[in-house]
Write a protein that binds this ligand. Structure first.
Ligand code: F3S
Length: 652
């Protein structure tokens, strides 16, 4: 048996100081009330002639009176003075600070709130220093009862838990018109609790030594019990029995802040003597409900026999080994294996019935909580197909996977899953003794895995690269294209150089299509595709045959307030500005042009960059008239040159 002591344990600074001051005050002195919450220490002081008194009125003048570490109200100092008593002030410096803080807050006009236990002597003394008007709050309800819009000054009982202090302070803050918080917490208690918890997690048994009237030590034992089921709370070594330590390889010891070292030393001495008798005794002492180590000695069809270092062998029946009824015990164990099992029953003939499942379940609790907190993937065994899903064995405990959580797709028949190992995550965990509910999901695991794979695939997609994909879905705004495990959106505006009204006019589901990746958003799993840019813009090919100043036929395609759009070739439109329609002022274009009307236009400008063509009906007309007149003049051979030139000048 290994004995481990907690890193921080026993007397805190304040208690140690109080005991030393009392012992120094010598025989014939008194302590006002119990100096500390430890009956053994109080008895020892009595033996040394230091007696406990409950009132200052019963002692002779000039007597020495020790004020305990919890502190006293101001009135006791006044009484002691009036009765000429010598006060040995053993008030812990931390408590003094809390008393002083409360007094200052009171003097500054704050309504003092003490966070702590209302009837604790320390809290009563702090309250007295704040003029006895302070309010003590222990919980949320007490805070709720405080009036709103007050100036609150907060102090804490020195042993208050930091988290409780912060939480309640925040609540009070919400109610206050002004707040002043003075953190008067001493870390000694917390340090002892933290060290004890660390140790409790490593040992089979924890021993907490201390006064059962000490709230501090009681709290310590309670915290330890949460982490070590086999926790023994004793005041002295006398309470420790051999049976309590059977099967404990590692035993941890801690002690409350009011426990003297010599009490802990007595416990250790007793344990050492027990250790000797334990090793002398070859036969282990078996206790019901304890978990023991057992060695497999033979494997039957429906049970396993184990050596438990006892008068008789232990037996573990099949139903206490695996949740899977048809499990092959020879596959699970071999002779010589050491396993943990819980003692289920011990009859008068010393037959020991054991359960591996129950031991596993107890041991698994912490692991299950941990796995749930860490969202871990667990390997579980499917033990049965039931209504609404499958039952599984997880760390030796029965769990349930609802039908909707078995797979990504709907599963109709679960019977083929029985006996298989699957991966799943805990989605609901309630280990309360009366419930024990563990709900798992395989679907969550698959979903996360798929999402990860998709993310990887998204990362591999390169912007600007051409991919061959398959159209998987069509929507009004575009088409979804699978480009190798991931889907991208080909927006309707990126499909063609021509305007596409409905994606179904261009693509069909299942079509193989080459697309260009324009944008990849890995986090949101979005890919933008483009089909249009893979082909040359037909506008440029069509425009190639036109030149500026050329007169071409066209058709009015659209009329706007500022001019008319004329189609001069397929997909090629130009604009005739309103000023280029006629020499006369045009008020309403519809009066001179109609959609569909054939016209002749002169190309004024081709802007390839802006993909724009400027046209003129007026210039086309003028050019044509000029041409006609030229032809006419060329026919008049009889005219003398000077006149024809003159006419030319006149006309144009
Ligand atoms: Fe003092 Fe802290 Fe101990 S307040 S009495 S040192 S627990």
């Amino acid at each position: 048996m290994q004995i481990i002591l907690a890193e921080h344990m026993g007397f805190c600074h304040g208690v140690k100081r109080a005991v030393e001051l009392a012992q120094k005050s010598g025989e014939g002195s008194y302590t006002l009330g119990s100096l500390i919450h430890n009956p053994q220490m109080i008895a020892k002081l009595q033996e040394q002639g230091i007696k406990k008194i409950d009132s200052l009125y019963g002692v002779r003048p000039n007597s020495k009176v020790v004020f305990r570490s919890h502190g006293e109200p101001p009135v006791n100092y006044q009484v002691a003075e009036s009765r000429s008593l010598e006060v040995i002030d053993a008030t812990c410096p931390h408590v003094k600070k809390a008393q002083k803080s409360a007094q200052e807050l009171f003097q500054e006009g704050f309504e003092v709130v003490i966070i702590g236990e209302a009837n604790h002597p320390e809290v009563l003394s702090i309250k007295a220093w704040a003029g006895n008007n302070a309010v003590v709050v222990e919980n949320e309800q007490d805070v709720a009862d405080l009036p709103d819009n007050r100036r609150y000054g907060i102090v804490a009982q020195t042993t208050c838990i930091e988290e409780v202090f912060q939480f309640l302070s925040e609540l009070i803050k919400k109610k206050a018109s002004e707040i002043k918080v003075l953190r008067t917490i001493c870390n000694a208690t917390q340090k002892r609790q933290e060290a004890a918890v660390t140790l409790a997690k490593q040992v089979d048994t924890m021993i907490v030594v201390g006064g059962k009237n000490s709230s501090n030590t009681k709290k310590l034992a309670q915290v330890v019990l949460e982490h070590c089921k086999n926790t023994i709370f004793i005041e002295t070594a006398l309470e420790l029995e051999l049976e309590m330590l059977v099967n404990s390889k590692k035993v941890g010891i801690t002690a409350g802040a009011s426990t003297p070292d010599w009490l802990v030393e007595e416990v250790i001495e007793k344990m050492q003597s027990m250790q000797e008798s334990l090793s002398e005794n070859e036969i282990a002492i078996i206790r019901k409900d304890s978990i023991i180590e057992a060695k497999v000695i033979s494997i039957g069809k429906d049970e396993v026999f184990v050596d438990i270092n006892y008068k008789s062998e232990g037996v573990i029946p099949r139903q206490e080994i695996s949740l899977l009824p048809q499990a092959d015990l020879n596959e699970l164990f071999k002779v010589g294996d050491t396993i943990s099992a819980l003692v289920v029953n011990l009859d008068k003939d010393d037959n020991v019935l054991l359960s591996k499942l129950k031991a596993d379940a107890i041991k698994a609790e912490e692991k299950l909580v941990d796995a749930n907190t860490k969202n871990e993937v667990l390997e579980v065994l499917v033990i049965a197909a039931v209504n609404g899903g499958i039952t599984v064995e997880v760390m030796g405990v029965r769990g349930f996977v609802p039908a909707s959580h078995v797979d990504l797709e709907r599963v109709e028949d679960f019977s083929t899953w029985v006996g298989k190992k699957i991966e799943a995550k805990i989605i609901e965990l309630d280990l309360a003794a009366d419930k024990k509910r563990i709900v798992l999901s395989r679907r969550e695991v698959l979903k996360e895995r798929k999402s990860l794979e998709e993310k990887e695939a998204y990362k591999k997609i390169q912007i600007g690269k051409k991919y061959t994909g398959v159209v998987t879905r069509l929507a009004k705004f575009g088409a979804f294209v699978d480009i190798g495990g991931v889907e991208g959106l080909l927006h309707v505006s990126e499909m063609s150089w021509q305007r596409v009204k409905d994606p179904a006019d261009v693509l069909q589901i299942g079509d193989k299509v080459e697309v260009l990746v324009q944008k990849v958003d890995v986090d949101n799993k979005k890919i933008s595709l483009n089909l249009r840019d893979l082909h040359q813009d037909p506008w440029f090919t069509s425009v190639e045959k036109f030149k500026e100043d050329q007169i071409v036929p066209g058709k009015v395609s659209k009329i706007a307030p500022f001019g008319a759009f004329i189609t001069i070739a397929e997909n090629v439109e130009g604009l005739v500005h309103i000023s280029e329609i006629s020499e006369d002022r045009v008020e309403k274009l519809e009066e001179v042009l109609q959609v569909g009307q054939d016209v002749k236009v002169k190309i004024l400008k081709i802007d390839l960059k802006a993909k724009k063509i400027s046209l003129s009906i007026l210039q086309a007309k003028k050019d044509e008239e000029k041409e006609e007149f030229k032809e006419y003049l060329d026919d008049k051979q009889g005219f003398t040159t000077p006149i024809s030139k003159l006419l030319e000048k006149y006309v144009f």
